[in-house]
Design a binder for this molecule. Structure first.
Ligand code: ADP
Ligand code: MG
Length: 791
């Protein structure tokens, strides 16, 4: 049934070729007991391994039941070993931590047999070798001859056609040797047994054929087979490790090494726990920031001002580059001069044309998006100025960006906190006002002209020229003269002179020139004249009581022009929340009349609109709505808005980004460390199992199946580590949140979501799988012969 044709095998060691088999020609019967005798190093084991398919010959051929093995693949050899050959070793090669029964089952674990059949066959085999009573014990408690009995049972259980035995009694005393030899002879009586031995007595006593080898050659054969072989085709079963078998083997292996597995899982789960905690923190922080943005930033309104200033909002370096013309200017200079410039030529400034049409567009906006809209008219203070030649004229307040600053703002004054004093002094009383310049010390020529500053197209104006400049505020009752039911402004030189010098006029003077601090991200005061809230309130109170306002309240025509108001009702659905800048915030009639009252003839339209979004989503919808208006409009007809939350938004997201990056870097480190740890652990455990792998290979396991077995085991360990790690993370989150709440006053920062938990468990499985894959591959590649020959 087996024929060796001219087999050559040599090894190259240390550069020289060592011939192990030198042209072996042998034929074996289907049933005979053959011993191979020879001195150490004569090539006996090499011959045995080649017959068993553990080693491959260099030249020649092995014919198995008429089939040449020249074309055999690795997988064919595996199947051949698994179904046709049984091995018995001198040193038994049992796996010590497995039970006796499991050691036997290993030989059939890869077969198609059912669990029940495997169990029955294994017990039957153990029965035959005289071991049955303690088959649940692990093999390490057995005596040597009992171990060899188990090894014989393992070779028997598969019902192989060929038994290959390598000095099976080499480690036994003579009495035990006899017993074992009797047993082998008995249980394999109708098989082909090929046994290697150095003991001629045993060979003589048990064999029906003795083949003697020397230096890789057969020098004697006591019973050679002369006639042609009786040839019956062999059937090679495909051996394949079933997943269920793999899982069973893996679970058994894990449970057999409980303590080791426990530490293994503990170490790798610490990594998973670290990642879980970091994920929980990032997740929680993100949520907190989102809530914060939704809740508080949504309250920051969208403002449409008369002049949209690009650098007003964005103060980051990249945004600055967008504004042309100022590239050559240096910001925050230390010079006592102002640079006049024409804002009409400045791209960073855009004059919004708030038309009736635009107001209507705003009014048509979905009312569920905002909680309030306020239309603000600029306070139309009546201010007189005196030119250098002594001429008195009315100052056009619409040009000087009048604004008011809050008096107190935490520690120190609002101005001192947010604005650098370039010249003069911070105001000390309500009649002192400041001039605000931009970061390049510039001031719009429009403002300079309105203020009556004669700069004669100079490139620079000394601060000195502006400090101390005086203006007169004229209250309504003096400013507007009454004529029957109408009011008018007497702009004759004599009257203006008289008003200017009247005791009732309020004298204001510029006492300081200010510039926003570098750290001031909000730029809330526009360039121009800024005065205190106190002055503003004083003026408003006076205006409300004035004759002209009272008259206007009680009439439905314009008290200056006599025109009837249109019957439009702007207030519908809109809360008119007007800041202190507006003088007539409590008048609740038609808007045009309202505006008339606000401006008293100066302007019929609001100079700015403030929209308070209801929530974060509402805000983005509003922005989209406002953007739609500008679509396809020429540049100068566009109305640009500013989102006052943008700087804060940018600030908070950059802080958030920083925190997230720190956490991610930290998390990656933990990830890397646990990856390395798991890799090392798996590698170590795989090396430790080299013996087991070799035995599995000898018994016919394919490399792929061994990798699969390791993978299954690693998946289980990864799963356990992941579950345990996530569980520990949940346990740790409670005290962590408690401590964090104490420190930063935010409850429940770390949140571990279920989906993240699942992802982490999958990651844990993947790391273990990857960490174990390479060592598993190395282990499966190890030539089992190397290992078996060494021992
Ligand atoms: P025996 O079993 O009779 O002791 P072996 O088959 O083990 O003989 O060895 C035959 C010859 O081949 C010896 O000279 C041995 O040194 C050499 N040999 C066997 N296996 C290897 C190997 N894996 N690498 C190198 N040389 C080997
Ligand atoms: Mg040897």
């Amino acid at each position: 049934m087996l024929q060796l044709k001219n087999i050559y095998k040599s090894y190259i060691t240390g550069g020289s070729r060592q011939i192990a088999l030198d042209g072996i020609n042998l034929k074996f019967r289907e049933s005979e007991f053959v011993t191979i005798l020879g001195a150490s190093g004569s090539g006996k084991i090499t011959l045995l391994n080649i017959i068993g398919g553990l080693e491959h010959f260099d030249k020649g051929d092995i014919i198995i039941n008429g089939k040449s093995t020249k074309e055999f693949t690795d997988s064919n050899w595996d199947s051949y070993r698994n179904t046709t050959v049984g091995f018995i070793f001198k040193n038994y090669n049992l796996i010590p931590h497995l039970s006796i029964l499991e050691n036997v089952k290993m030989a059939v674990a890869l077969s198609d047999l059912s669990k029940q059949e495997i169990q029955e066959k294994s017990i039957e085999a153990l029965n035959k070798v005289g071991i049955k009573d303690y088959m649940k014990k692990t093999s390490e408690y057995l005596s040597k001859d009992e171990m060899q009995r188990v090894a014989i049972a393992r070779a028997l259980v598969n019902d192989p056609k060929i038994i290959l035995a390598d000095e099976p009694t080499g480690n036994l005393d003579s009495r035990c040797s006899m017993e074992i030899m009797d047993l082998i002879k008995d249980v394999f009586k109708d098989k082909l047994v090929i046994m290697v031995t150095q003991n001629p007595h045993i060979a003589q006593k048990y064999a029906n054929r003795i083949i003697t080898v020397r230096d890789g050659e057969v020098i004697e054969d006591t019973n050679p087979l002369k006639d042609e072989l009786h040839q019956k085709p062999i059937k090679l079963n495909k051996t394949k490790l079933k997943i269920s078998t793999g899982i069973r083997l893996a679970i058994r292996d894990i449970s057999n090494k409980k303590l080791r597995t426990f530490f293994y899982i503990l170490i790798s789960s610490i990594g998973i726990m670290g990642i879980a905690l970091i994920v929980a923190l990032i997740e929680g922080f993100n949520e907190k920031i989102n809530n914060y943005e939704n809740d508080s930033l949504a309250n920051y309104p969208i403002v449409i001002d008369k002049v949209y200033n690009n650098s007003y909002i964005y103060k980051t370096d990249s945004d600055k580059q967008d504004t042309e013309n100022i590239d050559d200017l240096k910001s925050h200079k230390d010079e006592n001069v102002i640079y006049p410039y024409d804002s009409d030529e400045d791209d960073s400034k855009h004059k919004n044309q708030i038309t009736q049409k635009y107001i209507q567009y705003i009014k048509n906006m979905d009312k569920s998006l905002f909680s309030a809209i306020s239309y603000e008219s600029q306070v139309n203070m009546n201010i007189l100025k005196k030119d250098e030649d002594g001429k008195i004229s009315i100052l056009d307040t619409s040009c000087i960006n009048l604004s008011s600053y809050p008096k107190d703002y935490g520690d120190g004054t609002y101005l001192e906190q947010n604005y650098d004093l370039l010249y003069g002094y911070y105001p000390t009383n309500q009649n002192e006002v400041v001039l605000v310049v931009d970061e390049y010390n510039r001031l719009d020529t429009e403002i300079l002209n309105a203020l009556g500053v004669n700069y004669n197209n100079n490139k620079k104006i000394e601060f000195d020229e502006l400090i101390g400049k005086e203006y007169k505020i004229i209250l309504n009752n003096e400013f507007y003269k009454k004529n029957n039911n109408y009011f008018y402004i007497d702009s004759s030189e004599e009257n203006l002179d008289e008003l200017y010098n009247s005791k009732k006029a309020i004298t204001i003077s510029i006492t300081g020139i200010l510039r926003a601090k570098k750290s001031n991200n909000l730029y809330d005061l526009p360039q121009g004249i800024s005065y205190s809230n106190e002055l503003c309130n004083y003026y408003i109170e006076n205006c409300i009581k004035s004759d002209i306002v009272k008259a206007q309240e009680n009439s439905d025509y314009n008290v200056i022009t006599g025109q009837k108001f249109k019957n439009s009702n702007v207030n519908e659905g809109v809360v008119t929340k007007i800041s202190g800048v507006n003088i007539l915030n409590n008048i609740n009639q038609s808007a045009t009349k309202n505006q008339m009252l606000s401006s008293l003839g100066a302007s019929f339209l609001p100079s700015s609109i403030t929209i308070y979004p209801k929530d974060f989503e509402g805000k983005s919808d509003i922005i989209e709505y406002l953007d739609n208006y500008n679509k396809d409009k020429p540049k100068d007809e566009k109305v640009l808005y500013k989102d006052t939350s943008t700087p804060i938004n940018k600030l908070s997201t950059s802080i958030m980004r920083a925190i997230t990056i720190v956490l991610i870097v930290f998390g990656s480190l933990v990830f890397l460390i646990s990856l390395i740890t798991i890799f090392v652990l798996t590698y170590a455990s795989t090396l430790e199992r080299k013996r087991e792998v070799s035995i599995l290979r000898v018994l016919g396991s394919k490399k792929r199946d061994i990798i699969r077995l390791f993978n299954i085991e690693n998946i289980i360990i990864g799963l356990l580590s992941g579950v345990f790690g996530v569980f520990m993370a949940y346990v740790f989150i409670m005290p962590m949140n408690f401590i964090l709440e104490r420190i930063i006053d935010l409850p429940n920062i770390a949140v571990l979501k279920i989906e993240n938990t699942l992802i982490l468990i999958v990651i844990s499985i993947l790391i273990t799988l990857i960490g174990g894959f390479i060592p598993a591959k190395i282990a499966s590649r190890k030539d089992p012969v190397e290992f078996l020959k060494k021992v």
